[in-house]
Ligand binder design. Structure first.
Ligand code: PBG
Length: 323
């Protein structure tokens, strides 16, 4: 036999062949698009560090959600910028809070778009931490009832999926109990199970006005160096009742996504976060990269690592490009 014995290039000779043997396909129906909601009406303010993304009042959020739905994107995840903040983040669980109003407005407009809500106190607390603060301590157990209350109020407003992102221990169990007790036993939980203390959240904190006023989040979010700990976090969340588990950020943590995929039989989500998006946008605006190809390659790699679901600010563009 002549050399070479194998010729992998045979299957790369045409678009047809390449498509036939493609191993990973990311489609818009696996994507979730983040929305930032504010009070008022007719408000649509572009977020400087997240070009193409806006702070939206409930009516504008509903309009945006309609467009997201028409592009075939699976759902939206809502983050709120409240009118006022206090130490207990009470606007986060107010019945007429910004997110609760946006949920109702979107549900009234959209037939089958999934409405996911982020459950965390940091956007609502005056100190900007994800839990109740005592001195310079973020108190774990005192935070749980507030998170449970927020989750229940989102479900009551019509949220399809509840996504806690605070990283307090035991919050999935507390939220599951509150949902079950409130008549929402059928509402699934997508837990931000392995959420790292990451510099990649920078633009989000500007978009959501949620930067901590003192210290940082390393006392509750995970150390970027750890992967075994991610598996423990995921296991605990599944035991407490998480229906889906998330790894966040995505691109710098593809190995974690892969390890989690291997370790659990639940759907795995990955959050392609604000800093990942902003870097692509900044380079694309300078003409240094081909944005479309970079985005397709990035989301494909996150899928190839093992994510079933991807939360991404690129969702609308991606859907337009592949649709
Ligand atoms: C709230 C929350 C954050 C993000 C999602 N939920 C910020 C943080 O933990 O500081 C980040 C999302 C992004 O960067 O796109 N806790």
């Amino acid at each position: 036999m002549s050399f070479p014995l194998e010729r992998p290039r045979r299957l790369r000779r045409s678009d047809r062949l390449r498509s036939l043997v493609r191993e990973t396909r990311v489609t818009p129906d696996r994507l979730i698009y983040p929305l930032f909601v504010v009070s008022g009406s007719g408000v649509k303010r572009e977020i400087p560090s997240l070009s193409g993304c806006f702070q939206l009042s409930a009516d504008e959020a509903a309009r945006e959600a309609r467009q997201v739905e028409s592009l075939g994107v699976a759902g939206v995840i809502l983050f709120g910028l409240p009118e006022g903040k206090d130490a207990a983040g009470s606007q986060g669980y107010a019945d007429d809070g910004v997110v609760q109003q946006a949920i109702r407005a979107i549900r009234a407009e959209c037939r089958d778009l999934l409405v996911v809500t982020d459950v965390c106190l940091c956007e609502y607390t005056s100190h900007g931490h994800c839990g109740v603060v005592d001195g310079d301590e973020v108190k774990n157990d005192a935070t749980l009832p507030l998170l449970a209350r927020m989750a229940l109020s989102h479900a009551q407003a019509g949220a399809h999926v509840i996504a806690p992102s605070d990283m307090m221990d035991g919050r999935v169990g507390a939220i599951r109990q509150a949902l079950d007790g409130g008549g929402y036993a059928e509402t699934p939980i997508l837990s931000y199970a392995a959420k790292y203390a990451s510099a990649f959240y920078g633009p989000f904190r500007e978009a959501a006005d949620s930067a901590p006023q003192f210290g940082d989040r390393r006392g509750y979010q995970m150390d970027p160096a750890n992967v075994r700990e991610a598996l423990r976090e995921v296991r605990l969340d599944v035991e407490e009742g998480a229906d889906m588990v998330m790894v966040k950020p995505a691109l710098p943590y593809l190995d974690v996504i892969h390890a989690v995929r291997e370790a659990v039989d639940r759907p795995v989500a990955a959050y392609n976060v604000s800093g990942e998006y902003a870097m692509v946008k900044a380079a694309a605006q300078r003409g240094w990269i081909d944005e479309k190809r970079i985005v397709l390659e990035t989301l494909t790699s996150i899928g190839r690592a093992g994510a079933d679901v991807i939360l991404t600010y690129h969702a609308k563009d991606f859907a337009r490009w592949v649709g």
